[in-house]
Design a protein around this ligand. Structure first.
Ligand code: FMN
Length: 306
């Protein structure tokens, strides 16, 4: 008799959005495979809703990959899982701190070595650099990235920024007269069940090469070219600010709060003033360097690490 395939799902979520995405993706597999869930729990919780200063104070260590610790995992790291699903969200263009803490842990090294890994993201829309970081961690752990599914908020960039900040700072997700509901659109979450079939097939055959092309044919990753340009500019600025702020002390240190405050102000000005400007410059780039940008888009849709 064939033994059931075993999936481990490692995830962290603040609002539950990512868990809902996971549940919809995996619903068709229920009763057919053994699924173990491992929720990452930070030793000191991150607040939700966030205080503004606290939110921005979390940036430097997130960008620098020096996260707050997580509690020991419950799962037996010697279990022979057939697939690991790493479900995570980007924070400040980087993997969220609990995700980075997991990927740096001894337990992850044991769980991920020689394992096929599928990444599943629930984000606003800026996830490219975070996924590059995750690819690096997975390579280091000797894991094989076999697929990537990304759910994003499909509202225009500035709209999703306003709604997510309202959600993060006030806990208000619902639509208003002028704004849509925050987060990934409900329809995107519910229809994520379409990804189960190729996962099930790859899992049954233990053949992973065709998984990502099949996921892509189901629009598992949709990418707007000008976000590639925007994110490239953004991460350089974040790295500068991360260094500048952390030079004055660790998370929450009173001595660095002035710099965090400066970053807060400039980020918002930067986003609201520079977004339209970068949009224009990226439109020009888009025309001048169309082929190069198209190659970038194809790369980010893939699962290789350059
Ligand atoms: C501190 C913080 C930073 C975030 N930065 C980004 C980001 O850089 N790119 C992005 O697409 N989404 C970003 N988000 C949105 C998250 O990726 C995620 O979609 C949202 O927080 C809901 O996730 P949850 O499953 O943890 O509730 C950020 C959220 C938080 C709380």
């Amino acid at each position: 008799m064939n033994e059931r395939r075993k999936i481990l799902v490692v995830y962290f979520t603040q609002t539950g959005q990512l868990k809902r995405i996971i549940d919809h993706v995996l619903a068709p597999l229920e009763g057919k495979v053994d699924i173990t869930f491992e929720q990452l729990v930070p030793v000191t919780p991150f607040p939700f809703p966030w205080g503004k200063q606290q939110f921005y104070d979390t940036m430097p260590e997130t960008v620098q990959g020096t996260p707050r610790g997580i509690q020991p995992l419950k799962v037996d790291v010697n279990t022979p899982f057939d697939l690991v699903i790493l479900a995570y969200q980007p924070w400040f263009l980087s993997p969220s701190q609990p995700t980075a803490a997991f990927l740096q842990s001894e337990a992850a090294a044991r769980l991920l070595k020689d394992k096929p890994v599928l990444t599943l993201l629930g984000s606003r829309n800026m996830w490219l650099n975070a996924q590059e970081k995750v690819k690096g961690y997975l390579e280091k752990a000797g894991a094989k990235l076999v697929g990537n599914i990304v759910l994003v908020d499909k509202s225009p960039n500035l709209v999703s920024l306003i709604t997510i900040l309202r959600w993060a700072f006030k806990g208000k997700k619902e639509a208003t007269r002028f704004l849509p509901q925050a987060g990934v659109q409900e329809n995107e979450i519910v229809t994520a069940a379409r990804f189960a079939a190729p996962i099930e097939k790859a899992l049954a055959e233990k053949q992973w090469n065709e998984l990502q092309p099949q996921l892509l044919s189901l629009n598992a990753v949709e990418l707007i070219p000008n976000l590639v340009v925007l994110e490239g500019n953004g991460i350089s600025a974040f790295r500068f600010w991360a260094k500048f702020i952390s030079a004055k002390g660790g998370p929450g240190a009173p001595a660095r709060q002035g710099r965090v405050f400066m970053y807060r102000g400039l980020l918002l000005v930067g986003i609201f003033v520079l977004t339209p400007i970068t949009l224009i410059s990226s439109l020009i780039k888009l025309n001048l360097k169309k082929n190069q940008l198209q190659r970038e888009v194809e790369y980010y849709k893939g699962i290789t690490l350059r």
